[in-house]
Design a protein around this ligand. Sequence first.
Ligand code: ZN
Ligand code: ZN
Length: 52
Amino acid sequence: MTKKQICTSCGKIVGGEGTVFRCPSCEKTISRCAFCKKLGIKYKCDCGFEGP
Ligand SMILES: [Zn+2]
Ligand SMILES: [Zn+2]
């Protein structure tokens, strides 16, 4: 079963080209769409962790 992932940066649904990973700080799942990944847009986790 595939759960829909929402991009942490822009709020869009993450497609097949996107990426899903764990926050290095709190291990919460972070998702980014291909667009934000490509542009290197910053993400921010609920715990306050920010990354490129
Ligand atoms: Zn995005
Ligand atoms: Zn976090």
